[in-house]
Design a protein around this ligand. Structure first.
Ligand SMILES: NC(=O)c1ccc[n+]([C@@H]2O[C@H](COP(=O)([O-])OP(=O)(O)OC[C@H]3O[C@@H](n4cnc5c(N)ncnc54)[C@H](OP(=O)(O)O)[C@@H]3O)[C@@H](O)[C@H]2O)c1
Length: 349
């Protein structure tokens, strides 16, 4: 037993109130506590990177969407994906020094049970192959966001030859990989994001054929301009006005992979309805929501493909790194405001 594994004290990020309206830094506090010692079947992990995910905002509601991950308790550690190093192992298959991913982030240390399903299976404790990519890549391009983009485009949207694809929130973790997979598979890809700098990234770095800033004018007008003959697949990260625009512009037999609805996460009460849903009838459209965690079975193929594309320099990824656990609140506040680009990470130590 290592000395470090006894009386380990660490910080954790807690929510102190369920926000009304946009999340603020003051809705959180950082508390230092003694970390429970690992029991049989557990490993003690020192977290090094924590993932910042917009879906966590839905768990910061008193009552979250039915069927989604349960709301966070107030004045208790928040949880999210993390990578770290095993300090002490009391679980078969893990040893001190292993680099692992798990679902007890937003704190310095965690005693993590091996084998128990975290975040629908995507956060179950596992050892990482850091010869492929640095550990934090397993929170982004090689982690949940990457799997979500991969599965959403290849298994949910059901790509067909010649499909024209639109990806929204395309400069973010999920969107930026969805754009690039669309291009790698030979499609025309339209991408959108919330600033001119992000639009430049979509065109110059990610290889989108056309891109627009949704803040610069009505989404439907800009989409029509980018896709005068219509689109076949919409990878929806945003919902609301973006989804309505897609419904207007999708061609017969078009498909929507509903990945997220970030435009609604900070809203109080029910969001306004989608006003043109009848377009789904008019044009034989398929709208299919999905969770990346429901596609964990595709992870081996996903990791093989994406690791290969990374190795060959065929895809790129960006990270926004905030230094220090104490900056985790600022990281998610900024993420929801669109301040950051690529995968948003907090480097713990
Ligand atoms: N289904 C799943 O299993 C699954 C898994 C992971 C993520 N997701 C969803 O996928 C989406 C992207 O997640 P991510 O992790 O890659 O985050 P991200 O895109 O890196 O960050 C969120 C981005 O959303 C954009 N945004 C915020 N408010 C917006 C608004 N009102 N209208 C339009 N865009 C807005 C911002 O970019 P701009 O500057 O472009 O506005 C922001 O950078 C989210 O909806 C998330 O919930 C789903």
């Amino acid at each position: 037993m290592s000395n470090e594994a006894r009386n380990v004290r660490g910080r954790q990020v807690e929510l102190v109130r369920y926000p009304d309206g946009p999340l603020r830094r003051e809705d959180f506090r950082i508390v230092e506590q003694r970390t429970p010692d690992p029991e049989d079947g557990e490993v003690l992990v020192r977290n090094t990177w924590c993932s910042v995910d917009p879906g966590m905002r839905l768990q910061m509601r008193r009552v979250g969407p039915a069927g989604y991950f349960t709301p966070f308790e107030l004045n208790a550690p928040l949880a999210g994906m993390a990578v770290g190093e095993v300090v002490e192992s009391r679980a078969d298959g893990f040893e001190a020094g292993d680099v692992v991913a798990h679902a007890q982030g937003w704190r310095d240390y965690a005693s993590v049970p091996a084998g128990s399903r975290g975040l629908g299976g995507i956060g179950t404790l596992r050892r990482l192959d850091t010869s492929v990519a640095p550990p934090q890549a397993y929170l982004g391009i090689l982690g949940g966001p990457g799997l979500t983009a991969y599965a959403g485009l290849l298994h949910v949207a059901g790509l067909r030859e010649g499909d024209v694809i639109w990806v929204s929130a395309a400069a973010g973790a999920v969107g930026s990989l969805a754009v690039q997979i669309g291009k790698l598979k030979g499609h025309r890809v339209i991408a959108s994001a919330g600033s001119d700098e992000k639009v430049a990234l979509l065109l110059d770095e990610l290889g989108a054929d056309a891109a627009f800033n949704y803040r610069a004018g009505p989404v439907v007008d800009q989409l029509r301009e980018a896709a005068p003959d219509g689109i076949d697949v919409y990878f929806d990260n945003v919902g609301g006005e973006h989804l309505e625009a897609a419904l207007d512009v999708l061609r017969r037999g078009g498909r929507v992979a509903i990945c997220g609805a970030v435009s609604e996460y900070e809203r109080d009460g029910a969001p306004p309805g989608i006003r043109n849903l009848f377009q789904a009838v008019s044009n034989d459209l398929t709208l299919r929501g999905f969770r990346g965690s429901s596609h964990v079975a595709h992870r081996p193929a996903f990791e093989r493909d994406v690791a290969g594309w990374l190795r060959d320099g065929r895809i790129h990824y960006r990270e926004t790194v905030l230094e220090g656990l104490e900056r985790a609140p600022e990281a998610i506040v900024g993420q929801l405001a669109g301040d950051w680009t690529g995968k948003v990470l907090v480097r713990v130590a």
